[in-house]
Write a protein that binds this ligand. Structure first.
Ligand SMILES: Cc1ncc(COP(=O)(O)O)c(C=O)c1O
Length: 418
């Protein structure tokens, strides 16, 4: 991206002096402006330029920025005291909502980030099965805990691993190609009794949006069940996004453990992991697997999550969201007909892949036309449209997006293709 503006440039320079790379999370370095505020479907940068937001805090804001119901409840909650390190009733309220909406989840524990959720779920799986080996998939991102930084997606896509992760850790993670049935058969044949868990994004959303092939998730379910390993669905992006019950509802598969983040905290730092009661009861203090957090279940974040899920549970919510999204994705599909491109969509999530007609795994995504993607990104940014700034990320539509803004975005994309 090139179009930086004056005040943003100044702040980016000042920030870089005191924060490594000028950002507190690496992918943000690709965004050339400093944001000041957000309202509904738009954000405003420090130079006063307004953008239509198709990233929505990387998916956390399914109702857009500063939704009045969330803001009102959060303000009330902050005034009651922001943190106690003692259980508050709102934790149980949000936990009940999750258990109600996601049938595979009988008990849930709250943490403060998606990374904590996945890291804790894997520790729990290892403690429960008394095995060490973890299977993950290339291009899938599960946060930045040591076990996951092996051919991961999102901001680590171009690194095979991260410096600072001991080989001794990495050797307990087996990374396989997504959608490769034979690789799964082989892995279970060779390592079956050593496999503690398979962790998977049921719809991959950190290498763009990539769907599981028919039968792939079913195979993971069958193999894990037969070998005594656990199946962990990382629904940090898909949870409460593609359906109220997440991707597991769409595919009709019950994992043993699930991880949630982003939407579950309604734009505040909260995440969760949950699943079968017998497994969850392995957590301290009832069980031997240690897991804790000073700000876990923070009442302000719980309140934001609770209001957010209540809004999601309104009749027709997901159908309407998909309809709105299609106001943009349908014209794009028409515009790219006959081109070496494809568009993947799951409800309000979508990715436009440049340079490929078929995308099924991380290697396919790595073969995309990144120069074309960057031109598209810059062209949209100039027209006041902020889409997720990497071919490896997905775009998010919120319930705050209007038909008018979708038409504006569609026009901007149309102009780019012309
Ligand atoms: C699927 C998935 N899992 C885990 C994480 C990590 O979440 P967090 O950034 O909150 O630590 C992410 C973050 O984008 C994610 O997309």
């Amino acid at each position: 991206m090139t179009s930086t503006t004056l005040k943003s440039e100044e702040i980016i320079r000042a920030t870089s002096q005191v924060i490594p790379g000028g950002v507190n999370s690496p992918v943000r370095a690709q965004i050339p402006f400093i944001v000041e505020s957000g309202c509904g479907e738009t954000i405003v940068d420090v130079d006063g330029k307004t953008y239509l937001d198709f990233c929505c805090s990387w998916g956390a804001l399914i109702h857009g920025h500063a939704h009045p119901q969330v803001v009102k409840a959060v303000q009330k909650r902050v005034a009651m005291g922001s943190s106690f390190g003692i259980t508050t009733a709102v934790e149980a309220e949000l936990a009940h909502q999750i258990v109600e909406h996601v049938p595979s989840v009988k008990k849930v524990r709250f943490v403060s980030s998606g990374t904590e959720a996945t890291m804790s779920a894997v520790r729990l799986a290892r403690g429960f099965t008394k095995r060490d080996l973890l299977i993950k998939f290339a291009g899938h991102y599960h946060g930045h805990a040591d076990s996951f930084l092996v051919q991961a997606g999102s901001g680590v896509t171009n690194l095979s691993s991260s410096a600072g992760v001991p080989d001794d850790f990495v050797k307990h993670t087996l990374c396989l190609p997504f959608n490769d049935f034979e690789a799964i058969e082989r892995a279970f044949k060779e390592h079956g009794p050593r496999i503690a868990a398979v962790i998977v994004e049921p719809i991959a959303a950190n290498m763009g949006l990539v769907f599981p092939k028919d039968g792939f998730l079913e195979l993971l379910r069958e193999k894990t069940r037969l070998s005594g390993a656990l199946l962990i669905f990382d629904e940090v992006i898909t949870g409460f996004r593609v359906a109220l019950g997440g991707a597991q509802e769409l595919y009709g598969i019950e994992p043993d453990l699930s991880c949630f983040g982003k939407i579950v905290g309604g734009g505040f730092p909260a995440a969760a992991f949950g699943g079968r009661s017998d497994i969850m009861d392995y957590l301290a203090p009832s069980g031997p697997v240690y897991q804790a957090g000073t700000l876990s279940g923070n009442p302000v974040a719980m309140e934001a999550g609770l209001q957010t899920l209540k809004l999601c549970a309104q009749p027709g919510f997901y159908q309407n969201l998909e309809k709105t999204t299609s106001l943009l994705t349908d014209p794009i599909r028409t515009a790219i007909e006959g081109k070496e491109m494809c568009l993947h969509q799951a409800g309000s999530l979508f990715t436009l892949f440049f340079g490929k007609k078929v995308v099924e795994n991380a290697d396919d995504v790595k073969g995309c036309d990144f120069e074309a993607f960057t031109r598209y990104l810059d062209a949209l940014l100039e027209r006041g449209i902020y889409v997720s700034p990497s071919q490896f990320e997905v775009n998010f539509v919120s319930s705050a997006h209007t038909a008018r803004s979708m038409a504006l975005a569609s026009q901007a994309v149309g102009e780019f293709f012309r």
